[in-house]
Design a protein around this ligand. Structure first.
Ligand code: PLP
Length: 367
């Protein structure tokens, strides 16, 4: 994080309304301790045009009484979050309880890294977000350019140099039925914050994982390529991992082939060659996965996609996981099988260092 004081709310060209105006509204909402803008089920709060707090709503001044100005209040409430056209402090960033993202997990999202103030692989994340939205017939209510501007505004508003963006497009507020046609406007949320998935020492020692008993949802039922808000299958895999005292689990498809982990893709190294499961095994096509495949090419390391059984993975020389949040992390043990020497292997180390060089360099790729 930079040390310079943050601007509380910055202009967001794309937002439906001029950001200065959005800021004014956000302020109004904050003052009414609103974050409670009386969300209605007709989509009002999700339509990028939330009503300012109504007269007569009880105002609790104690919330911000200790701050001399609204600016001070906002900067003390970081991160400032973009919610449906407004920039609001974390404590007041809310959506309707009728939002189908909440009611049904109906929506899509992206996790994106900020390195050196740049949005890492921004183009690919936008591509995937729009593709996933299309796959669930969800119309994103802003253009790609506007979405990128929203992200830059959030980075700016929170003075982030290195961090993480969570971008969410939910179906929006509807009624209590499933019907997406009852949700007139999709909701857009952008959170720019920090993330640290695993303890730092795991990046040197490697992490212990298990093979989950629960299979990954089959492609025919819910294609894992869709990065949807419905992660219950993955969470159940994660719960199994936690029950076994570790943080990750490999998930198999119904045919018993390795797909991916609950929140990461998986790579295997055997005799100096790198392998990763194909899309057909049922995986999210990770942006870090693709980047690591490119890194392999740059480093002159052979990398191929290959369907693999758990025993092949357990018998590998090295195994590592990739993901936006996890970056590149070695696996030291799967179930009772030690992987290689039980520490980060040389190929994993080489790729992890190559990755770090790119993301700490002057030319962080935004493509
Ligand atoms: C299930 C799953 N697989 C793989 C990944 C890695 O994808 P990416 O590298 O795009 O972050 C994620 C990341 O969130 C994930 O949730």
């Amino acid at each position: 994080m930079r040390t310079k004081p943050a601007r509380a709310v910055k202009t967001s060209k794309p937002a439906r309304k001029p950001v200065a105006k959005a800021a004014t509204k956000a302020t109004a909402v904050v003052k009414a301790k609103a974050g409670r803008p009386t969300p209605s089920h007709n989509g009002t709060t999700n339509g990028h045009a939330p009503k300012p707090a109504r007269a007569g709503v009880a105002v609790k001044h104690s919330t911000y009484a200790t701050f001399a100005t609204t600016h001070e209040f906002l900067t003390a409430q970081k991160p400032i979050i973009y919610v449906n056209g407004m920039m609001v402090p974390k404590a007041h960033a809310m959506v309707s309880v009728y939002d189908h993202g909440l009611l049904y997990g109906d929506g899509v999202f992206e996790g994106i890294r900020i390195y050196n103030g740049k949005i890492f692989k921004c183009g690919q994340h936008m591509e995937r977000l729009w593709r996933c939205a299309e796959m669930i017939r969800l119309r994103i209510p802003v253009s790609r350019e506007e979405m990128v501007q929203v992200m830059r505004d959030c980075i700016d508003a929170n003075s982030i140099d290195n961090g993480y963006i969570r971008l969410i497009v939910s179906r929006g507020a509807g009624n209590l039925g499933l019907d997406p046609r009852k949700c007139p406007t999709a909701g857009v949320i952008c959170i720019a914050d920090q993330i640290s998935l695993y303890p730092k020492e795991f990046y040197q020692t490697g992490m212990r994982i298990i093979v989950a008993k629960r299979p990954r949802t089959p492609i025919e039922c819910l294609d894992p390529r869709i990065k949807s808000l419905n992660y219950l299958n993955n969470i159940l895999g994660k719960v199994e991992a936690i029950d076994h005292g570790c943080d990750e689990a490999i998930m198999l498809n119904l045919d018993g082939y390795v797909g991916e982990c609950t929140g990461d893709n998986i790579f295997v190294i055997k005799n100096g060659k790198v392998f990763t499961p194909p899309t057909e095994s049922g995986i999210l096509e990770g942006i870090t996965r693709r980047f690591v495949m490119d890194l392999c090419a740059d480093e002159g390391i052979a990398c191929n996609v290959k369907a693999m059984r758990p025993d092949e993975v357990k018998g590998a020389d090295e195994v590592f996981l990739t993901g936006t949040a996890a970056e590149i992390i070695a696996v030291s043990q799967i179930d009772d099988s030690k992987i290689g020497t039980g520490a980060e292997g040389p190929v994993t180390k080489r790729l992890r260092e190559a990755f770090r060089r790119v993301v700490t360099g002057q030319h962080v790729p935004e493509d």
